[in-house]
Unconditional design. Structure first.
Length: 606
């Protein structure tokens, strides 16, 4: 645009200074061609902005000098005296037309001003008034345009700073978003992918198999006897152990272009893009060998191995895997359980002849979530009698679930699903509140016992929720008993022990259920002051021979020496009642004495 305007001024040259117009016009075109060529060369060379600006500034000075030098020699002095005013355009171009830096614009316009004064006083004779007026005009143009250029540069600089800050904030927000996304898909302890990320990857692999036939395998890895490791070496060492194993698995799995994630407490999952089941089994074997090769000491194992090992379950994608990727994970889970049942520290591949996952379990998840609102869950009560006077002293509340079609679901089926999904927390609160309202609030019996899950005892605020129920139903805590079951699920964790202590502070009785059926009964008897200990029914049923009777006698003696009330469950015959009477058992429970019934049908024998 500047070149076009510069060349267009050839017309005034012809009108005002015709004697030198051919020379000025020729110089205009030569200057224009030189400038355009120089600028194009710099553009093709991808020159920096400073070189482009410098070229434009030099072109302004060169264009002004190339026109002014022959123009001042014209014999049309009067016309030239007016025509020289257009020289100010070059100063305005330097300060206003181009986006020069302030220094470059002042240097360029100042040079044009200097050339003007040289021409005015050296080559263009005129009156002093003319010199003064014209000089003041040029100086005023220089000062004004320079000031405006300075203001524009300040504004441009502020815009630049704001834009730079906006870009930086956008970059920070983008990086923060990426970091949060990585964090949401990363296991906080081991640094590998977490369950959410693995589930997403599984869905992607499943879609790729469905659409493109790309096969893959799922490998589940479980650390053997990890609870014993934590108990022996502490949770910090346990965390370090999991981190070391995760690093080992990550290097191995990623070498085979797979992905590894932490799927549970001490359980890991690998998703491998493999073409044959044999490859998956081979990699699973490598996983087992490499973890064992790390030689992490584990002296509390019940077997002869002294190091940390893993059990591995493998499932390969196939048409039998069903319509959901969850079925493939369940197949790997079945294979893992098979590996544990085979003695641990081994690899097992899914066998289609193994028992398939219960298809009803998946249907129970939404059912359990809405069971209370839809009134599909209920309580029945089984009497507990005092063997000395034959009076009913308490009842045990037992949860029942029915399907919408009216068919019942065994507790052994829906309770594990409720525990796994967390529904047991809400169901457990409902059971405690309902039992208090049915039995205790109406003073029908002195005591009601309710079974509680380890999931409930580990749940934050469980003891507080029990206190709220007692206050709402206006029932004394001493009339409520909560039964905890001895077993592997009842790990002696600090939060569990604290919850039990908080419940006892409310006056709630704590009973130990199914004593003798697990592995930690004596530890629990030592750690917690149980009000009542319920002997597992299998010991009573084994009393048909002397060995079984002796076992029951020894167990009763052990509990009696601890000072706990003894309750034997599973009484089904009169002969079993006689045995218990001879042993002076405190309380009894069983079908022989009374079956579980609803609160309305409960026969009260005060």
């Amino acid at each position: 645009m500047a070149v076009a305007v510069y060349v267009a001024f050839a017309a005034p040259d012809v009108w005002l200074i015709p004697d030198v117009a051919p020379l000025t016009i020729a110089l205009r075109f030569v200057t224009a061609v030189i400038v355009l060529m120089a600028f194009e060369i710099l553009r093709l060379a991808k020159a920096k902005t400073v070189w482009l600006d410098g070229t434009c500034a030099l072109a302004l000075i060169l264009g002004y000098v190339a026109w002014l030098c022959p123009a001042v020699t014209t014999k049309y002095a009067t016309s030239m005296s007016y025509y020289m005013i257009f020289g100010a355009i070059f100063m305005m171009g330097a300060n206003l037309f181009f986006s020069f830096s302030f220094r470059l614009s002042v240097l360029t316009s100042g040079t044009v001003l200097g050339v003007f004064f040289v021409a005015l006083y050296g080559f263009f004779p005129s009156t002093p008034v003319y010199h003064l007026a014209f000089g003041l005009f040029y100086v005023s143009c220089f000062v004004f345009t320079s000031f405006v250029n300075w203001r524009l540069n300040v504004e441009r600089y502020n815009v630049f700073l704001n834009a730079a800050e906006a870009r930086h904030q956008h970059w920070e927000a983008t990086e923060r978003g990426k970091a949060l996304l990585r964090l949401s898909h990363t296991d906080y302890l081991t640094g590998i992918e977490n369950r959410r990320a693995i589930d997403r990857r599984l869905d992607e692999c499943w879609s790729a198999w469905k659409n493109d036939g790309r096969e893959f395998s799922v490998i589940l890895i479980d650390v053997d006897f990890f609870k014993r490791f934590n108990d022996r070496y502490g949770h910090q060492e346990g965390d370090r152990c999991l981190t070391v194993i995760a690093t080992t698995l990550q290097k191995l799995v990623e070498r085979h272009e797979g992905i590894i994630g932490r799927y549970g407490g001490e359980e890991f999952i690998a998703v491998m893009p493999l073409k044959a089941q044999g490859e998956a089994t081979y990699i699973a074997g490598e996983i087992r060998h490499q973890v064992e090769a790390r030689a992490i000491r584990h002296e509390e194992r019940p077997d002869d191995t002294q190091f940390v090992t893993v059990s591995v379950g493998v499932a390969f994608i196939s048409e039998r895997s069903g319509a959901k990727v969850e079925w493939l994970v369940r197949e790997a889970d079945l294979a893992l359980y098979n590996a544990k049942a085979s003695g641990r520290n081994c690899v097992r591949t899914f066998d289609p002849t193994l028992r398939r996952p219960n298809e009803d379990a998946g249907k129970l998840v939404p059912l359990l979530a809405a069971a209370i609102d839809r009134r599909l869950v209920s309580l029945v009560y089984q009497p507990i009698f005092d063997l000395r006077d034959g009076q009913m002293k308490a009842v045990e509340a037992l949860m029942r679930l029915r399907m919408p079609d009216g068919s019942s679901v065994p507790p052994g089926v829906f309770i594990p699903v409720a525990e796994r999904t967390g529904s047991i927390i809400e169901l457990g609160r409902w059971a405690i509140k309902t039992a208090c309202q049915d039995i205790l609030a109406s003073d029908r019996l002195a005591t009601v016992s309710v079974n509680v899950s380890p999931v409930q005892l580990r749940s934050p605020g469980f003891a507080m929720s029990v206190a709220a129920i007692l206050e709402e139903t206006r029932v004394s805590g001493a009339r409520l008993a909560l039964e905890v079951t001895e077993g592997l699920d009842m790990e002696m964790q600090p939060e569990v022990l604290q919850c039990v202590a908080d419940l006892q502070a409310l006056g709630v009785e704590i009973w130990l259920d199914d004593f003798g059926s697990g592995y930690a009964g004596l530890s629990w008897l030592r750690a917690i002051e149980f009000n009542t200990v319920k002997v597992d029914r299998t010991f009573l049923h084994d009393c048909s021979d002397q060995r079984g009777l002796t076992m029951l006698q020894d167990m009763v003696a052990l509990i009696r020496n601890r000072g706990n009330t003894i309750l034997v469950e599973g009484v089904e015959t009169e002969a079993q009642m006689s045995v218990l009477q001879n042993l002076s058992i405190d309380r009894v429970q069983g079908f022989h004495l009374g079956r579980p019934v609803s609160a309305d049908l409960l026969a009260l024998n005060a």
